[in-house]
Design a protein around this ligand. Sequence first.
Ligand code: ADP
Ligand code: MG
Length: 459
Amino acid sequence: MTSTTFSSLPLSLEFLANLESLEYTSMTPIQAQSLPVILKGIDIQAQAKTGSGKTAAFGIGLLHMLDAQTYLTQALVLCPTRELADQVSKEIRRLARPIANTKILTLCGGTPIGPQLASLEHQPHIVVGTPGRILKHLQKGSLKLDHLKMLVLDEADRMLDMGFYDDIMLISEMLPIKKQTLLFSATYSEQIKNISNAFLKDPVDIQVESLHDDTKIKQVFYEIQKNDRTKTLISLLEKYQPESSVVFCNRKQQCQELADDLWQRGFHALALHGDLEQRERDQVLTQFSNKSSSILIATDVAARGLDIKDLNAVINFELSPDPEIHIHRIGRTGRAGNAGMALSLFMASEAAKVNAIAEYQGIPVNIESASSLKSHENFKLIPPMVTLCINGGRKDKIRPGDILGALTSNTGLPGNRIGKIDLFNTQAYVAVEYPIAKQALKILTEGKIKGRKFRIRKL
Ligand code: ADP
Ligand code: MG
């Protein structure tokens, strides 16, 4: 029987105290099975479901072997998307708090290369990024990995889905032979085996039950009539009133149409899909995570790897034809032990998809009739917060405290009614409670931040 307490691992007291402050009281199954092996320096290939805590599994492993006194790049984490890379960096930063001066750099495509080149003038300890951009830096010589000690391939199957096979193989040829490699993937395919043969030495195989334990996720399928999708969706929002939900569609065009439609009906719904520009994506994710938008409408590609805290519900507006993708989707709710809901709409003609899911899960599905759902004409799901957008950011040397100060000092607005503050290079976003949004907008518009006037608008 493997122990599930972090203190059973050879970690320093400071490190354990930090885990406790993150409220990581015990190891998740993947952590309990993989960490003892990782900490011994052995290669692993691990298979585990979404939300099982893989990031901390490799994050703790790589911080443990890191020599923070030596300013050389010692660990590389490859991720499929920029969002995922950002989340991994964030998690590693939180885990690294007890280790002074740990430098972590995120290198992804879709952002200008100039600032990345500047950041690479001093070697970071840890690099997290997407394969295309990492390869580019390796080929340019801007990223030096001669002293790499650990390589992590996170969501390897997703990286392959996104067409990164060749890039990953080219990267592998440019890395030192002697290093530890950790490969994480939800599924195994021929290509994954090729990758694992190219990268791993005598790996230990780790598998954690890949299906969700149904007590955490309440899953219901609703049979609908043709043309009743939007109406049923709204009834479900009324019935369950989820504070945060992701609604899945199969195509990006459908996402946008549904978002526009819900918006017209007075819902704060935002679409997340591949056609958005980076700034639009940041804006959508910021509003969703600070609770000023309660409905995120996404395609599978766009939502890949997102770890959004406190997701109350996943709603399948359209069923995925692939039962494995269905499992990925619903894995976004009920994370790390919280209760979640997965609600799926289907038409009688799609019964085969429902059966495929039931078979894949190995448990019968719970089907209810959509006609029993009630809805009221004027129902609105009002998010608890409102986002104000400021046309200044890190480049203007604005810090979160400056914004909080502008809102609360000598204004009568209490700090506890101000929510998350997100800073980007040229923009900042602050969430404020819905009832004080007007007042906050007025204060910021008429006042100054760091002695300067900024343009403020309500999103
Ligand atoms: P995965 O990469 O397997 O999909 P993540 O690493 O994103 O999952 O973890 C999912 C969530 O669980 C994150 O919010 C993370 O902070 C949290 N988490 C990870 N390990 C623990 C733990 N031991 N105890 C409590 N929460 C944890
Ligand atoms: Mg992950």
